[in-house]
Ligand binder design. Structure first.
Ligand code: PEP
Ligand code: MG
Length: 584
């Protein structure tokens, strides 16, 4: 094969845009540590392997420390001193020594178990600072496991940083890797795995990075350093593009930017249908630097702030004060518009809250969302108090992810009221009327919407998870990605049932940002859509060209339809007739 020829790889486009640069290729991450029985005679060899892994980890940490010291100063780098101390902690090492002959298992799993026990003990302590150090221990654990060659996860802190802008090709990327990409000179990425609804794809859109997923054999067939073009509109990676291809993409990029700018220029026009139905058009925010995009896009506030990327993206959980300062900044910047804070939604495909002792085989049905917060009340309360305090500086609301029924709602209210009382006693101001809502993303919650509506001020339908849980299709599994259909009649009926409960209901999943499905959602009665900042100009344009009465009639037909294709076609025909220009 002549590697100089232009080659094209087709995949699924998940984040629009065009990137041009050299290719950087990353191999697969580490696998989970497997438990393997050993003979007593093998203990010393295992120990030797462990010593070597500790030495390698120590060397890595020293390099990282030096790099951070150079970039940010000695106090930032001091965190690695704690890592280094823990790495050689005598108590842990002697515990492992004792456990080896008892367990007769490979050193990876013994080390893992001992450190996990230690972390669990740390989680129980009252001292918030000590609790926050658990994250550092988890970091060291992952690093040692990786160096033992059977690490269970990748850490984002040991990613290579490219010195020149590049397009990243990888088997898969975790949301935590993606959150870190823009600091690594990455212009766009392409993966073998992945789906449009995964948090990795959602983050790519938030970061404005073109992305393509589901490209078979990508890693094996790509070559580091080759010139490449990534077409995030059509889902194509082109290696060694010819001069002609380059020129074509330069033209396409300029045209797309011009068309988009024309839509952005309409930001001050209301999101109102031709027959006068006003839709509240808000923004989804994942990162701090998106705040300015909220302003520029003319959004009616923030309908979903995913707090997990801020909470879990750094070194250790920020305490109440740090959270308050962060939330306050967003509230002040968006005032007088409202900011809806979604409390920590860890687990699933997102950042883990804690490294678990046992791997969750089915993480989406496991320890995720409100379940995590309710089982860590001290941490949950810190977040709630911080949000309440921020509410004193503008307009804030709070909502809870992955609620499955009334019991959780009642528990949340009790904890929230305790937080209000603590703030009253501390004399801290907050908005007593701050709106409280829940996400509707579990089918049981949608079915109970009439009951739940008596206990909260608003609903926000997370169509990404509602679809995944209703039709039992994992939102990140590329093998079933083609089955992921938010227009499945079962999903549409649940959305209808939720809206029918009669309290303010927003749509904040990716479905709301799909120009094909806006007529359906408006017709079903949604009065608020919350979408990624870059999509907002398109959705505003779409709403302004719709007729509500026509959408309503079409939605009635959709509710009688028997399959997802019919429903999508019904909505698409209204969309194409109303704003053909957006489909060109
Ligand atoms: C959803 O599930 O639709 C949603 C908006 O939440 P997330 O994508 O963060 O799970
Ligand atoms: Mg969700």
């Amino acid at each position: 094969m002549n590697e100089g020829f232009e080659r094209r790889f087709k995949g699924q486009p998940v984040s629009p845009g065009i990137a041009m640069g050299k290719l950087r290729v990353e191999a697969r991450g580490c696998a989970a540590p497997l438990i393997r029985s050993i003979l007593p005679t093998e203990i010393e060899a295992e120990w030797q392997r462990f010593e070597e892994a500790l030495n390698r980890t120590e060397a890595e940490l020293q390099v990282l420390k030096a790099r951070v010291e150079e970039l940010s100063g000695a106090s930032e780098a001091a965190i690695f001193d704690a890592h280094l101390l823990f790495l050689r902690d005598r108590m842990i090492i002697s515990r492992i020594r004792k456990e080896m002959p008892k367990r007769l298992q490979n050193i990876d799993s013994v080390y893992y178990a001992v450190v996990q026990n230690f972390m669990e003990a740390m989680r129980q302590v009252d001292d918030a600072y000590l609790r926050s150090r658990v994250v550092d221990i988890g970091d060291v654990l992952q690093r040692v496991l990786k160096n033992l060659d059977q690490g269970r996860a990748r850490t984002r802190k040991n990613k290579p940083v490219s010195s020149e802008p590049c397009i990243l090709a990888a088997h898969d990327l975790a949301p935590s890797d993606t959150a870190d990409l823009d600091s690594q000179n990455v212009l766009g990425f392409v993966t073998e795995a992945g789906s449009a609804i995964s948090h990795t794809a959602i983050l790519a859109r938030s970061l404005g990075l073109p992305a393509v997923v589901a490209v078979p054999n990508l890693v094996m067939e790509s070559r580091v350093g080759h010139p490449a073009i990534l077409d995030g509109y059509n889902g194509v990676l082109i290696l060694n593009p010819t001069q002609e291809t380059r020129e074509y993409y330069e033209r396409l990029q300029a045209e797309k930017e011009k068309a988009y700018q024309a839509l952005v220029d309409m930001k001050d026009l209301p999101a109102e249908t031709q027959d006068g139905r006003r839709i509240h058009l808000a923004c989804n925010v994942d990162f701090v630097h998106e705040y300015s995009a909220v302003k520029r896009s003319g959004a009616d506030g923030v309908g979903l702030y995913r707090t997990e990327f801020f909470l879990l993206g750094g070194d250790g959980l920020p305490d109440e004060e740090a959270q308050y300062q962060h939330y306050r900044r967003l509230v002040e910047e968006c005032a007088p518009q409202e900011v809806i804070f979604r409390t920590l939604d860890s687990g699933g495909d997102k950042l883990p809250f804690e490294v678990l002792e046992e791997k969750e085989d089915n993480p989406f049905l496991g320890w995720r969302g409100i379940r995590v917060s309710l089982s860590r009340p001290a941490i949950f309360k810190e977040q709630l108090r911080a949000i309440l305090r921020a509410s004193a500086h503008g307009k804030a609301g709070v909502m809870f992810p992955m609620v499955s029924g009334l019991t959780e709602v009642k528990e949340v209210h009790t904890i929230l009221e305790a937080c209000r009382q603590e703030l009253r006693e501390r004399g801290e101001p907050f908005d007593e009327q701050m709106r409280v809502g829940i996400m509707i993303e579990v089918p049981s919650a949608a079915m109970m919407a009439d009951v739940l509506s008596r206990y909260v001020d608003f609903f926000s339908i997370g169509t990404n998870d509602l679809t995944q849980y209703t039709i039992a299709v994992d939102r990140v599994n590329y093998r079933v990605a083609s089955m992921f259909r938010s227009t499945h009649p079962g999903v549409i009926r649940l959305i209808h049932q939720t809206i029918a409960a009669g309290i303010p209901t927003a749509i904040c999943g990716e479905m709301g940002g799909d120009i094909t499905l806006v007529p359906l959602l408006v017709g079903l009665g949604a009065t608020e859509l919350s979408v990624g900042a870059h999509l907002l100009p398109l959705i505003r344009f779409a709403i302004r060209h719709l007729n509500y009465e026509e959408c309503r009639q079409m939605a009635q037909q959709a509710l009688l339809a028997e399959d997802s294709h019919t429903i999508r076609t019904l909505s698409k025909s209204v969309a194409k007739r109303s704003y053909p220009g957006l489909f060109e």
